[in-house]
Write a protein that binds this ligand. Structure first.
Ligand code: PLP
Length: 287
């Protein structure tokens, strides 16, 4: 079955889909993106991702002539045309095509909009969660606006490659104070040695994860003790549990950090419960 992509108003074969060589996304990473998990063909955490998309676009002063409702139609149609039941849908908006020059183009240009969708094998995803994954720690090398979900992801790419070469699923960035900021494509969490669920606060230079926000709401609903407070790598290595959250990873237990095995090396009960409840809730609320 051939994949279909949406590019600037048209659905086209994925293999032939393209944008111009002077697209500012290609030349300057001048654009933003958003990713929704898809459950039963519908968008998980739909509103949160649309809100963040609007914020990211606003921060870069890119305006698109499409309402949220219109974008929703495009996302769902891309999901449908790719026969995705469970998986992910990716949306990217760049400032558009213009002769290469750093400042914004003088005249109005049309932003480029690309949407793709792919299936995820939920059986494999659940098996991976049941095993738990390894993360490595790497120095924080990113810019000061990680709250904007831009397509400028080179430090994240390098960190992920380092993780892959170390047999790990994710890399956690660590700032100059030895505090974990977040993962290369996820937010980082622990259940600390005292049993407190912790994830870094969003005053820090991190992405305001949509899954993170939903999981915090679930933690409150379940009556868990939690804090939005940074943790050190040492605290993480001595933690009872760790996990990551994101539209791709959902809630994914972490069982090793660098060479340290957490607890008995199996996913912890809090991470497992939050994963189950998150998936159940996200599936139920998907729109
Ligand atoms: N942090 C980074 C750097 C990310 O790239 C992502 C997701 O791609 C996340 C956190 C998790 O965000 P969300 O839960 O909104 O997918």
């Amino acid at each position: 079955m051939s994949r279909i992509a949406y590019v600037n108003g048209r659905f086209t074969r994925h293999a032939q889909a393209s944008v111009h060589i002077e697209d500012r996304g290609y030349q300057f990473a001048d654009g933003v993106y958003e990713v929704w998990a898809v459950f039963d063909g519908r968008l998980a955490d739909s509103a949160g991702h649309f809100e963040r998309l609007a914020r990211s676009l606003g921060e870069l002063r890119i305006s698109i002539p499409l309402s949220q409702a219109a974008l929703g139609v495009i996302l769902r149609e891309t999901i449908r045309r790719n026969h995705v039941r469970n998986g992910m849908v990716y949306l990217q908006v760049t400032r558009g095509v213009a002769p290469r020059d750093h400042p914004f183009p003088a005249g109005a240009i049309r932003p480029s909009l690309v949407v793709t969708a792919k299936s995820v094998d939920m059986v494999k995803s659940q098996a991976r969660a049941a095993d738990g994954v390894k993360v490595i720690t790497v120095p924080e090398t990113r810019w000061a606006r990680c709250d904007i979900k831009t397509i400028g992801l080179l430090p994240n790419v390098l960190a992920k490659q380092a993780a892959r070469e170390a047999g790990a699923a994710e890399a956690w960035f660590v700032d100059d104070l030895g505090l974990v900021t977040e993962g290369a494509s996820s937010n980082a969490w622990i259940v600390d040695a005292k049993g407190v669920l912790r994830t870094r606060d969003t005053q820090a230079n991190i992405l305001r994860g949509v899954t993170r926000k939903s999981v915090l709401a679930l933690a409150a609903k379940l009556g868990l003790t939690f804090e939005e407070r940074a943790f050190t790598v040492d605290e993480a290595k001595q933690a009872r549990e760790a996990f990551i959250t994101g539209a791709g990873s959902l809630v994914l237990p972490v069982t090793r950090i660098d060479a340290t095995v957490l607890g008995d090396g199996a996913p912890g009960p809090v991470a497992k419960r939050l994963r189950d409840v998150y998936i159940q809730q996200a599936r139920q609320d998907a729109a």
